[in-house]
Design a binder for this molecule. Structure first.
Ligand code: NDP
Ligand code: ZN
Length: 174
């Protein structure tokens, strides 16, 4: 059996091997892309393998030295395209990148929208349950509101996952 999904997990685990999330116990970075694929497959019933693979790879461009060319060679044109669609342009200032995510959410492909939706579901759950240690209440609330603004732009792509996003948003810190 030849599994491109397992190959993607191995690829992402290797790329993220020295990285940790920002939560207080510095969880292994790879937990996050695996969570996205788990949400898509087992909460959203998404069975499009290209989407699950793109979810696994979604932070390799932004957060590791991986290039588009590398993804293209390893996983093909479509997956490389989806990962590029969900990657910020790191040459831009952080605030501008955040605004561009809001502005572009409606214009990205269906597959990219699904990955983006799963990313925001997982990050809201993380900010609610295991936030970056130094984040104030205001910052956690701002993050929730920004994530919601991004998701408003892509509503209609997958109502069940949007409902799961809304449930995650309901835990907005008070
Ligand atoms: P972010 O605010 O973008 O940090 C959040 C990102 O970190 C998430 O989107 C997620 O991205 C990743 N992440 C890793 N671990 C966790 C975790 N445990 N919980 C949630 N997310 C996690 O980046 P910066 O810290 O660089 O902040 C930059 C922005 O924040 C600027 O726009 C700035 O203006 C603003 N800011 C606001 C402050 C405030 O007090 N309101 C203070 C300072 C900055 P991924 O899924 O891609 O890994
Ligand atoms: Zn992510």
């Amino acid at each position: 059996m030849n599994s491109k999904l397992i190959a993607a997990i191995a690829f992402a685990a290797n790329k993220h091997r020295d990285q940790r999330r920002k939560d207080a116990v510095a969880s292994p970075y790879i937990n996050h892309p695996i969570s996205l694929a788990n949400v898509l497959a087992n909460e959203g019933n998404v069975d499009d393998e290209q989407v699950l693979i793109a979810a696994i790879l979604h932070d390799t461009i932004e957060d590791t030295v991986t290039t588009e060319q590398e993804l293209l060679l390893e996983f093909g044109e479509e997956i490389a395209r989806v990962v590029m669609e969900v990657s910020d342009d790191k040459a831009l200032p952080k605030a501008e990148r955040k605004q561009l995510q809001i502005d572009h959410a409606a214009t990205i492909s269906r597959r990219a929208k699904l990955v983006k939706l799963a990313d925001k579901i997982c990050n809201l759950r993380d900010v609610a349950a295991s936030p970056p240690a130094d984040w104030s209440l205001h910052r956690r609330q701002e993050y929730f509101d920004w994530a919601k603004a991004v998701i408003e732009g892509l509503r209609g792509v997958h109502p069940a996952l949007e409902q799961i996003f809304d449930e995650a948003y309901a835990a907005r810190p008070k």
